[in-house]
Ligand binder design. Structure first.
Ligand code: NAD
Length: 427
């Protein structure tokens, strides 16, 4: 296998190494494997390994006490050959250009796999939103948007909320962009509030997609299947709710404050209320406390990692007892862990398939706007389900036919479609 690296002229190798480097190495490894299977030539490999645009900006933050801090912000457009760039915006202290590049690359394959006409992008600001007042966070968000403004926009690159960002953040983005444009531009992002042009179905779309992918992978009744969910945020909490609605028994969840377990099943709504009121799942009275590591290694049928990348590693993979892992998070499993899990017969529904629901509903939102018509929530959900299940079945068929894992199959399809788009456009 030829080993892909990002060419040294891109910021991905000039920035200091950080936790995101592993995510980028994993992303390049997945691309490398798919490129081998597709027998791609070196120039196409290099194009697919390299972000089309990568912007690093300085974001000054005036603190309430008058101090001025400076944090870094990023927007990486990995590929725009199949359509405008699309991808999340993350606010997290560990965010760096490597991580953002890896997530942008994953977005490219995800959109291609789902068959929707978008390229892949990702943005991020290396700041802990919990350490900022609301006014400081607003100032950071608006300044970041001003800095990346030249490369984002409805026809070019459309952000959505991701880790540490929410509907309020998206409203500030719409407002800042619109003030600069001189007219309202709600289409500059997806995943915002309905008052800012966001579709109500978008809020839980990623989690709905996790549910559809999980149920497809279970190949049988979900009734009574035990589930543990790592991460109780925008993806994890609604995913727990939707899996419980489908008949599963959600027995454990975690967030950055801790983990809780109740073998008789958690009341997900009560836990969400507790988490909103107290700031996290820690201390929830109707469950026992658990360590973060123990949650991942619980004896359950299904594990849903829905927090950050690199949760399942070569080190802890041998102790994972779930027979099915459905990746709500992006890049939660390292390639070393993948090998261990495959050898142990654990089925892993990869991120680019399992968490595609959000971008799929963003596309459905765009379709409705373009056709000047609106579908009911039921119709949107049926289309989302159709696209997720179709992608799942295609991936499963390639996996069986080629004797490869679902992740490898998903990358062969996603990378293959992007490579084909490059060839058909003559570059
Ligand atoms: P979020 O900020 O809303 O939630 C993240 C959750 O993870 C929080 O509950 C946080 O406390 C928890 N967490 C952080 N570190 C943890 C740890 N070590 N152990 C347990 N929990 C921990 O973010 P989100 O939007 O839900 O995104 C979560 C993941 O899903 C990310 O990997 C993101 O890339 C992926 N994703 C999100 C979307 C989306 O629509 N929001 C779409 C596709 C992929």
């Amino acid at each position: 296998m030829r080993t892909l690296t990002v060419p040294s002229t891109t910021p991905a190798t000039t920035a200091p190494a950080g936790p995101g480097r592993q995510a980028l190495d994993s992303a390049l490894f997945q691309l490398d494997q798919a490129a081998d299977r597709l027998d791609l030539d070196d120039s196409l490999r290099a194009m697919l390994a390299t972000p089309r645009r990568s912007l690093t900006v300085s974001v000054p933050v005036r603190r309430e006490d008058g101090r001025m801090d400076v944090v870094q912000g990023f927007r990486v457009q990995h590929n725009i050959t199949r359509g405008p760039a699309k991808g999340g915006i993350r606010f997290h202290p560990g965010t760096d250009v490597h991580e953002v590049t890896a997530l942008a690359m994953g977005m490219t394959w995800k959109c291609a796999l789902a068959g929707i006409p978008y390229g892949g992008a990702q943005g991020g600001v290396s700041v802990d939103p919990a350490s900022l007042s609301a006014r400081e966070l607003e100032r950071v968000t608006r300044r970041y948007v001003n800095e990346v403004l030249p490369i984002v926009g409805p026809e070019r690159d459309v952000p959505a909320p991701e880790v540490g960002a929410d509907r309020r953040t998206m409203a500030w983005i719409v407002d800042t962009y619109s003030v600069n444009a001189g007219y309202p531009v709600p289409g500059v992002m997806t995943g915002g509030s309905a008052t800012c042009g966001g579709a109500p179905e978008r809020a839980e779309a990623t989690s709905r997609g996790v549910r559809f992918a999980a149920l497809r992978a279970m190949r049988g009744s979900p009734a009574g299947r035990t589930v543990a969910v790592q991460g109780f945020g925008k993806v994890g909490a609604p995913a727990a709710r939707h899996l419980a609605d489908a008949g599963c028994l959600v027995v454990a969840v975690s967030d950055s404050t801790g983990a809780v377990v109740n073998r008789s099943g958690l009341d997900v709504d009560a836990l969400r209320t507790w988490s909103k009121e107290t700031g996290g799942v820690h201390g929830y009275p109707e469950a026992d406390p658990l360590s973060h590591d123990d949650l991942l290694e619980l004896d359950v049928d299904v594990l849903v990692p829905a927090a950050l990348e690199g949760a399942i590693t070569e080190e802890n993979a041998p102790r994972i007892r779930a027979g099915l892992i459905v990746e709500g998070a992006s890049c939660p499993t390292t390639p070393g862990a993948d090998r261990v899990l495959a050898d142990a017969g654990v089925t892993v529904v990869p991120d680019i398939l399992a968490n595609a629901g959000g971008v799929i509903v963003s596309y459905l939102e765009w379709l409705q706007e373009a056709q000047a018509r609106s579908w009911s929530a039921r119709e949107v959900d049926a289309r989302l389900r159709g696209l997720v299940e179709n992608a799942f079945d295609t991936v499963a068929a390639v996996s069986v036919e080629c004797g490869i894992t679902l992740r490898q199959a998903a990358h062969v399809i996603g990378v293959g479609r992007v490579a084909e788009a490059h060839r058909s456009r003559g570059r």
